[in-house]
Design a protein around this ligand. Structure first.
Ligand code: MLT
Length: 263
């Protein structure tokens, strides 16, 4: 792990391997460790970069609100700092996908390919956004515990919860160790993220859309439709996986990633 100073914040970044750059952007409220299987397996052929986003893991946090645009700009600054000049593949899961859309909007020239895992193009409903603001207040008062118990069953397929207790426990620990300020800032940022649905046909980058068949947060139909609306989108459904498909079914997800990256 290295600490990379971006000026306004310092990010902790896991970097492994050499070759074309694969930038992995984690979901909420997690950190780079959710990509452990991709770091292990894909670093044989790629330079894999997995930052902790601002407010998560060991990275600095900034209070208030962090928008999806700000996280996207942090990633572009990170590539600058690491002197990555060639276009990269950005792979984001869920909140990482919301950030990926903003990266396309703001830093298109830096992208060779795009991977969207278990994410959405639509914005929150007004009630959904309001719920996030209330959760932000609760987490600031009571800590991440206020979020964790309700969220774990939504993140994993029932079969994963049964068969991989160590994975569930490790994920719970990461969530509990997240900073309340980082969580609240991300919740506020997600609450005001733009709806990019109408923009999808303009995102002219080769794109792979991956969804766990039992994702309880995003459904397969919605993600298949995203792939269809992207000019160069293809869709992969991962059986027996939930919202955290890359952690739950690493072999399947890594095979899909490898084929897309090398194709
Ligand atoms: C995530 O996994 O990043 C979250 O479920 C995203 C969200 O809350 O919309």
């Amino acid at each position: 792990m290295e600490r990379i100073d971006l000026g306004e914040v310092t990010l902790q970044v896991e970097m492994r391997g050499a070759g074309p750059v694969l930038l992995l952007v984690h979901g909420f409220p997690l950190d780079h460790q959710m990509w452990r299987h991709q770091l292990d397996e894909l670093s044989s052929d790629f330079r894999v970069l997995a930052p902790d986003l601002r407010g998560f893991g060991q990275s600095d946090h900034t209070p208030g609100i962090v928008t999806m645009q700000t996280y996207a700009d942090d990633l572009a600054k990170l590539l600058d700092k690491l002197e990555v000049r060639e276009p990269v593949t950005l792979c984001g899961l869920s909140m990482g996908g919301y950030i990926a859309w903003q990266f396309v909007e703001r830093h298109r020239a830096r992208l060779a390919k795009l991977v969207l895992c278990d994410t959405r193009a639509i914005a929150d409903t007004p009630q959904g956004a309001q719920g996030r603001l209330e959760t932000a207040q609760k987490v600031l008062k009571e800590g991440p515990q206020a979020l964790v118990d309700g969220m774990i069953p939504k993140l994993f397929a029932p079969a994963t919860i049964q068969s991989q207790p160590d994975l569930i426990a490790a994920t719970r620990t990461i969530m509990l160790e997240s900073s309340p300020e980082g969580i609240a800032a991300a919740l506020r940022g997600m609450a005001e993220r733009p709806d990019v649905t109408a923009r999808l046909p303009t995102y002219d980058v080769p794109a792979l859309v991956i969804c766990g068949a039992q994702d309880a947060i995003v459904n397969v139909t919605e993600m298949r439709s995203i792939a269809e609306q992207l000019p160069h989108g293809r869709f992969v459904e991962v059986t027996d996986a939930g919202h955290m498909a890359p952690l739950e079914k690493p072999n399947e997800v890594n095979a899909a990633l490898r084929e897309f990256l090398q194709g």
